[in-house]
Design a protein around this ligand. Structure first.
Ligand code: T46
Length: 133
């Protein structure tokens, strides 16, 4: 449920030369097989609009900012991501929408498994039916 959603703080090594944050096994609460990223998102564009059946993901605003709206079929919650060392832990079975990308925003995603279209629910009515089962 939405109560399982939380922000993960990645370790940061601060330095006069700049900051270094890292993401590794143990910090992420699942083994991960894929990293992908959204960038050059035009102003006003929306991403997401689907749910995952099994895959967990962590979303990070590596640069800029954007909003993530999560929906468990009963309620919705909006999270604004704008720090490169904070990740939104998104469990499986939630509908997600990404909106309000700032110019230059980069959304990095740490995904549990390789890309598999069979893990997607892309119709909202199908998602609601899935949540009822
Ligand atoms: C999610 C949000 C945050 C691939 O071939 N490989 C990949 O790893 C991914 C993620 C996508 N694709 C293909 C599938 C589609 O033909 O790229 C196309 C665009 O994918 P989609 O419309 O799902 O993109 P977003 O930005 O709406 O959603 C993506 C992820 O798919 C999704 O898991 O949570 O980013």
């Amino acid at each position: 449920s939405l109560n399982d959603i939380h922000i993960i703080d990645f370790p940061v090594i601060e330095d006069a030369r700049g900051n270094l944050a890292f993401i590794q096994e143990g910090i992420v609460p699942y083994a991960f097989k894929r990293v992908y990223y959204l960038y050059d998102v035009p102003s006003g564009a929306e991403r997401g609009g689907h749910a995952h059946i099994a895959q967990k993901q962590i979303l990070i605003a590596l640069s800029g900012s954007f909003d993530v709206i999560l929906d468990d079929g009963a309620q919705k919650k909006t999270y604004t991501l704008n720090r490169p060392n904070k990740g939104l832990f998104v469990i499986e079975g939630l509908w997600r929408e990404l909106q309000n990308f700032s110019s230059g925003a980069v959304c990095l995603v740490i995904a549990e498994d390789v890309y598999n279209e069979d893990d997607y629910i892309r119709e909202y009515d199908d998602f609601l039916a899935f949540k009822k089962d």
